[in-house]
Structure formats: C-alpha cells, structure tokens
Design a protein around this ligand. Structure first.
Ligand code: 2BA
Length: 146
C-alpha cells in the first residue's frame, strides 16, 4: 500500500531535479559522426541529445548507434565517420517528458531509459532527468521515512 508521503513523492514535479541544458553534453544537427563519437568518448556518456541551432530537441545519438552505422560486411568503414551526419543515425524512438511531468510518470519511463529529455511546449530542450538523480532523491526519502 502507498502511504500519503509516498504518494506526495510520486506527485512531486520533476522541475527541481532537472540537469539544465547548459550542463548537458550534446551535439547539433549537421555535426559529423566523428565529432559526436569524439564528444561521447571524451564525456564518458553512452548516449547524448541532438539539438538544432535554436536548442530544439531532435533526437539521441549513442556510441552503439554510430558504430553500428559504419559496420560494413567485413570491417568498420571508419571513413564514413566524417561523411555521415548525426541526424542520419540518431534515434527518435524514445519518450520525453515536460516541465509539468511528475515523478510517477518519470519513474515508469526511467525503468527502461537511463535518462529522459525534458522538452518545453515549443520543443525547446530544457535539460535531462537522470536515473541517478531520481534514485538519489528516493534514497533520501527512504532514510527520512525509516
Ligand atoms: P550513461 O552514460 O550510460 O551513464 C550511466 C551512469 O554512469 C550515469 O547514470 C552515471 O551515474 C555514471 N556516469 C557515466 N558517465 C559519467 C560521467 N562522465 N560523470 C559522472 N557520472 C557518469 P546517470 O547519471 O543516471 O545518467 C544516465 C544517462 O544520462 C547517462 O548514461 C547519459 O547517457 C546521460 N547523461 C547524464 N548526465 C549527462 C550530461 N551531463 N550530459 C549528457 N548526457 C548525460
């Protein structure tokens, strides 16, 4: 059974837990796969957002999508890295949340996704909500309850 305080937690707005866009590693539409792979490698993240020049969210790019896209029949075609653009390879098949979203919705989505992109009404990229931040908040809540 869910107690009142647990219900309050589930009804909490996600806004205060967002990592803001300026702190999120990202690439822009038009960037080459080589640039994206460099950024992914340097940042240590396995997947990052793709934005347009006006900071509108377009998709996600990951190291595995990149390596898969340059895999030929017998070898990796590394020369493709500078020829292909991120928008040719990024995925658009994932859920996003809004500034109005609550923890309950976010938790359900974070089961299958390590982070969620937070998008405003006009498609502007506000930042991300990560599993780590949500789990940390839950941990704090658990200790307070015990
Ligand atoms: P992953 O890159 O697969 O990272 C999985 C977890 O490993 C992260 O979980 C974090 O706990 C740790 N980690 C990986 N790289 C790190 C780094 N450079 N610095 C500190 N910790 C690192 P979460 O923090 O829950 O992040 C979930 C996912 O959100 C990450 O998956 C990544 O795809 C994305 N992400 C997190 N912070 C980001 C940022 N500032 N910019 C871009 N993407 C970010």
């Amino acid at each position: 059974m869910i107690s009142l305080s647990n219900q309050e937690l589930l009804d909490t707005n996600i806004t205060d837990f967002i990592i803001p866009s300026e702190k999120v590693a990202h690439v822009q539409v038009g960037n080459s796969l080589e640039h994206a792979l460099l950024l992914l490698t340097k940042s240590g993240y396995s997947s990052i957002p793709v934005l347009d020049p006006r900071f509108h969210f377009q998709g996600l790019i990951s190291s595995s999508l990149i390596t898969d896209s340059i895999l030929g029949l017998e070898r990796f075609e590394f020369e493709q890295l500078e020829l292909k653009k991120v928008e040719e390879v990024m995925t658009t098949d994932f859920p996003t949340v809004s500034l109005e979203s609550k923890f309950k919705e976010a938790i359900e989505l974070l089961v299958d996704h390590p982070f969620l992109c937070v998008i405003s009404e006009n498609g502007y990229f506000e930042g991300i909500l990560t599993r780590r931040v949500v789990l940390k908040h839950f941990q704090r809540h658990m200790y307070k309850m015990s």
